[in-house]
Design a protein around this ligand. Structure first.
Ligand SMILES: Cc1cc2nc3c(=O)[nH]c(=O)nc-3n(C[C@H](O)[C@H](O)[C@H](O)COP(=O)(O)OP(=O)(O)OC[C@H]3O[C@@H](n4cnc5c(N)ncnc54)[C@H](O)[C@@H]3O)c2cc1C
Length: 438
């Protein structure tokens, strides 16, 4: 039986860390938490060794606290506001969150799982098993609603499974959360793409489901729109990570090969670090300077420590396949006008920047410059109204879409965001669905 203790603080570490909490009067950490978890209160319970009580407190506002504890950007959220930060080191709130969720939890040990309170006849279909779908399912199932989650992929968890690498979010943790849902009676139907196998109209007419929650994420990669981006060995970041996380890549195909990543966000850094694990020589090319990189600081630090190279002010121009099957990538390199005058191509006098061309040779190229919602979303979901960004249009407070009985949340509504925001939307919409069913 898999014990989750190895992924979290030991009991003593957690208690010692919890004792550092100053229990500030104005509770700035809650301010920094998108879920508004009662952080000082649950930490106080850890310090008092009342772990079950601590778990109850945090579960009131967060359906997936252990996962958020692992992957939330705490440094820019709750921990950024921690008073201890200004007196040395912020409290490790994320680690305490995961500790209290998974302390002494064992996969498949049923008595750890929560029990539902009532049993209604109502049925809800959730399309998408990412954090938004999992949190909505958990809240509804706890209240006795029959929930079925449909997902197009073979594995559950959405970007938790296919995006975030296992070194940041151990798969045992995702399995554990899914086992909790199974123990609450949630059914899962995988490899089922809406439109192909699910027919909304039919299901509504036949009273198969009373309400639907759509949370299909934002998986479509933004294109770099330069020639050569469809060549073999050129991947989008999400496709590369999906294949990496599915165990589809062989070490020998990447080992000691040059792999270049275009982008400066978290997906670019995750791709770079995974490629490093495959043994590649990895370089990240970003179009601005380092300070402007949107990736989290810690992730950039880890990437550098692992030997990943960074090149800044590099804008991709085109990709050509060489005769030896490697890729030749041409970049515009931005340089300060004063530093380099000879290779001038474009002179933007106002910004005092010149662009010179530079070429690199690489075996693999990954572009990770952002994602959007599936462009076929309206067609897939019965002509639901979309906003100007192609996201599903909802009533902000309720998650109601333009069609009665169909709700939406998570990245498919906001565009790419974070796990905690997807979790919150699933949790909030579950309340509205309950009212709707009643
Ligand atoms: C590489 C990467 C790393 C990230 N790291 C972090 C991090 O460290 N911390 C953080 O907070 N956030 C991170 N994020 C963002 C976070 O993962 C997402 O914001 C979050 O997963 C969105 O949740 P969701 O439930 O809306 O959708 P998703 O997690 O995207 O799940 C959507 C699900 O819907 C399914 N689906 C799609 N279309 C259909 C269809 N037509 N029919 C049936 N099923 C369908 C998909 O298969 C998928 O399982 C990361 C994202 C990526 C790409």
């Amino acid at each position: 039986m898999e014990n989750l203790n190895k992924f979290i603080y030991s009991k003593n570490e957690a208690i010692n860390e919890a004792k550092r909490c100053l229990n500030c009067k104005n509770k700035p950490c809650i301010d920094g938490c998108p879920a508004k978890n009662n952080i000082p209160e649950f930490i106080k319970k850890i310090a008092e060794e009342k772990f079950e009580q601590a778990k109850k407190i945090i579960s009131k506002t967060n359906s997936l606290p252990g996962i958020c504890g692992k992957v939330c950007p705490h440094e820019i959220q709750c921990q950024n506001k921690c008073t201890r930060k200004f007196k040395g080191k912020a409290l490790e709130i994320g680690k305490l969150e995961s500790f209290v969720t998974y302390f002494n939890c064992e996969l498949n040990k049923k008595n750890h799982f929560i029990k539902k309170t009532k049993n209604y006849k109502k049925k809800v279909a959730i399309i998408g098993s990412g954090p938004s779908g999992l949190s909505c399912a958990k809240e509804l199932a706890l209240k006795g609603i029959h929930v079925t989650i449909f997902d197009s992929m073979p594995l559950l968890g959405g970007m938790l499974t296919y995006g975030i690498p296992a070194y940041r979010l151990p798969r045992e943790i995702i399995h554990y959360e899914i086992e909790i849902l199974r123990s609450l009676g949630v059914k899962f139907i995988t490899k089922t793409k809406n439109k192909k196998n699910i027919n909304f109209n039919e299901m509504k007419k036949n009273k198969k489901f009373d309400a639907f929650f759509i949370c299909t994420g934002a998986w479509a990669p933004k294109k770099i729109e330069i020639s050569g981006e469809n060549l073999p060995n050129v991947f989008s970041g999400t496709k590369f990570l999906r294949q990496f996380n599915s165990g589809m890549f062989k070490h020998e195909n990447f080992n000691k090969k040059n792999l270049s990543v275009i982008g400066g966000g978290n997906v670019a850094i995750d791709s770079a670090r995974c490629a490093k694990q495959l043994g590649s020589n990895v370089t990240v090319f970003y179009r601005q300077n380092e300070e402007k990189m949107p990736a989290w600081q810690d992730e950039i630090k880890f990437a550098k420590a692992e030997g990943i190279n960074f090149k800044f002010q590099m804008i991709p121009k085109n990709i050509i396949k060489n005769k030896n099957k490697t890729l030749k990538v041409t970049f515009f390199k931005k340089t300060n006008k004063k530093e380099e005058k000879n290779k001038k191509i474009v002179d933007e006098t106002e910004t005092q920047i010149i662009y010179s061309e530079t070429q690199i040779e690489t075996n693999f190229l990954i572009y990770a410059i952002g994602q959007t919602v599936d462009p076929n979303t309206a067609e897939i979901f019965e002509n639901l109204l979309l906003d100007k960004n192609g996201c599903i249009l909802i009533e902000k407070e309720t998650g109601k879409t333009s069609i009665d009985g169909i709700f939406a949340g998570g990245d498919v509504v906001t565009g790419p965001e974070t796990v905690v925001l997807a979790m919150i939307s699933g949790k909030n919409v579950s309340d509205v669905i309950l009212q709707y069913l009643e």
